[in-house]
Structure formats: C-alpha cells, structure tokens
Ligand binder design. Structure first.
Ligand code: COA
Ligand code: ZN
Length: 306
C-alpha cells in the first residue's frame, strides 16, 4: 500500500485569511488535537510581519505552548531573515520558506522583487546552516491571478536553484486554484525527471487550493504521477490575503477520505480527524467548504426512509 504523507496547514494558510482573530488558546488546543490524528507534519503558523498577517501575530506564543508529539514535524512559514531568526528561536522542526514565481504577486505578498526575495532567502540558508531542514514553497506555480500563465520551465529552474541551495523539500503551490489535472501531470513529470531524479532525497509536496473545484482532481493527478506528499487544510479553509481571488485549500479530510477509499495509507485516524473538522465552523464562526464532515464517510450508511 502506498504511503501518503499529509501536512496540515489549517492553522497557517487556513487561518491567515479569516477576518475574526482566533484566540491563542483555541489555536493551541486545535494544533494539539491535530497532533493526535496521524499527520506527518503540521504547519503551525507563520513568522511574518504582524502587520501583514495580524491573525498570526501570536506565532511565538503558539509555538511555545503546543505539545510536540514525537513523529510529527512542526513547521512554520518564513518570508525573510527576521522570520527565520524567530523560527529558530521557537525551535521549529522545519522552516518553510516562501516566494512567488511571479513578480507581481511576490511584490503584493512579500513587498520584494523575486531577486530581492531570492537574496533574502539565500541569506536564510546561510543563517540556518543545516541546523534545521528547509522546505521551499514556490507560490503561483500553476498560474498567477495578476500575470496569468507561469511557464513550467521557470518552476523547474527555481526548483533546481533552491534544491542546490540545500532545501530538503520543495512545495509546488497552486495559490489561487488555477491548475488543472493535465497541467499537474505535466508539471509532476517534469519535476520528477529534471529535479528529483538526480536528487532522490528531495521531498516533493503539492499544495492545492480548491478555488475552481479542481483540487481533488489535482491531488489524483499528483498521486498518479508518484507524488506522496500533500498539503491540506482542515475543513477547506485558507487563502492568501495578498493574492487576488484566493480561497480555501483542498480540505484535508476530503482528500484523505478519497485516498483511503482508493486504498492509500495516509497514516491518519480519519474518524478522529472528522471529529476535529466538525469543530471548525464553531472556531471560525461560519460555514466551511469541507464536505465529508457534513456528509459522513462513504461507509456511514443511513436507515431506510419509512
Ligand atoms: N516577523 C516579524 N516582524 C517582521 C518580520 C518578520 N518576519 N519581517 C519584518 N518585520 C517587521 C520589521 O521589523 C518592521 O517593523 P517596524 O516597522 O516595527 O520596524 C516591519 O515589519 C517592516 O519591515 P520590512 O522589512 O520593511 O518589511 P515589509 O513591510 O516590506 O514587509 C514582509 C515584508 C515579508 C515582512 C511582509 O510583507 C510579510 O510578512 N508578508 C507575509 C505575507 C504572507 O504571509 N502571506 C501569506 C502567505 S504566502
Ligand atoms: Zn496556500
């Protein structure tokens, strides 16, 4: 049975776009509950400017208070050197660096040109100096909401550049849900052939948003291409405040439910996870996109109508 590794991003990507501040105690309790569900990794928060992402202004406190369950990696999003210093101080298990492969979106999101971001991130690699693994997230890899098409070859070139800097992993991110399954298949094949083949230790992750309903189809294209690592957000929350038109990530529990039904081993206790997913509307104060938490699993049958 193929093992699939899930990274839960609800408390970072999921929360950062929410209008109402989620209290620190609630975030800590949620992460502690997620830690019991069998995730390979949890993206706890981001060490960004508190003015840019006010929801995650409590990042240092959250990292200090969560319970670290052995076997789960606790990662954090980092945009610059200041963020990396905070992440090291917080003893994150991994730094997830981010840059958009689109000048317009990188400026909108990180207030830097791509060249400035690259210089800042090179500086982070030097600062970290192998003490903590680094994952590199390439945003807008399947299309930019401002510039349109993002050439696949430029993703490949940036992927190689960061792999050669020493990244342990790469996340290829469809930040605003513009990718379709045929595109995902082509991208995965190119990444496998041109980047991973010569660097077999490199961890390749796919990060999808379900903005146009193509999220799970894209996951399927990914697994069929041999990818075993995916990001998902509990209840399908998520989106980048600085990316026009962004909306929720793929729902972790929907993706995990689908893969389990197909015979993949996700390592997740799905019943427990669904229990946590059902708390989400109460936590964020509104309905959420995730479907399996509402419909039940395909094995949850109904009594015959009388
Ligand atoms: N953590 C905390 N504070 C930070 C910081 C970090 N990682 N990076 C910068 N700051 C602070 C600076 O100390 C400075 O504070 P001051 O005004 O009190 O002196 C202020 O933010 C501005 O610093 P500057 O370097 O000029 O940053 P900026 O205003 O150009 O913003 C980013 C750049 C990258 C910090 C900011 O755009 C950001 O955090 N973006 C994250 C966006 C994001 O997470 N998007 C969603 C995920 S993809
Ligand atoms: Zn995202």
């Amino acid at each position: 049975m193929t093992r699939i590794y899930f990274n839960e991003v609800a408390t970072r990507d999921g929360f950062q776009i929410e209008p109402e501040f989620v209290p620190t105690d609630t975030k800590v309790a949620l992460i502690d509950a997620l830690s019991e569900c069998g995730y390979a990794k949890i993206e706890v928060t981001s060490f960004t400017s508190p003015r840019a992402i006010p929801m995650l202004r409590d990042a240092d406190e959250v990292m200090g208070r969560i319970r670290r369950v052995p076997g789960v990696e606790y990662t954090v999003l980092v945009p610059n050197r200041r963020g990396a210093e905070r992440a090291l101080e917080a003893k994150a298990d991994e730094l997830n660096l981010v840059m958009s492969i689109s000048e317009s979106l990188n400026r909108a999101n990180l207030r830097m040109s791509m060249a400035e971001s690259f210089a800042a991130l090179q500086d982070v690699f030097k600062l970290v100096d192998g003490r903590t693994p680094i994952n590199m997230s390439l945003s807008c890899a399947f299309g930019c909401p401002i510039e349109g098409d993002v050439p696949q070859q430029s993703i490949i070139e940036w992927a190689k550049r960061f792999a050669d800097l020493g990244a342990r992993g790469l996340s290829i991110c469809d930040t605003t849900g513009m990718g379709h399954p045929a595109q995902v298949s082509r991208m995965v094949e190119a990444l496998q052939n041109e980047v991973v083949k010569t660097r077999p230790e490199l961890q390749l992750t796919l990060h999808f948003h379900n903005t146009r309903g193509m999220g799970l189809a894209n996951v399927l294209a990914g697994v069929q291409g041999g990818v075993v690592r995916f990001d998902g957000s509990l209840a399908g929350l998520g989106g980048c405040t600085y990316a026009p038109g962004a909306s929720g990530n793929i729902s972790s529990e929907d993706a995990i439910h689908m893969l389990e039904a197909m015979g993949y081993d996700t390592g997740i206790d799905l019943d427990r996870l669904l229990g946590v997913a059902r708390q989400m509307p109460g936590i964020v104060g509104h309905d959420v996109p995730g479907q399996v938490a509402k419909a039940g699993r395909i094995t949850d049958l109904h009594p015959a109508p009388v």
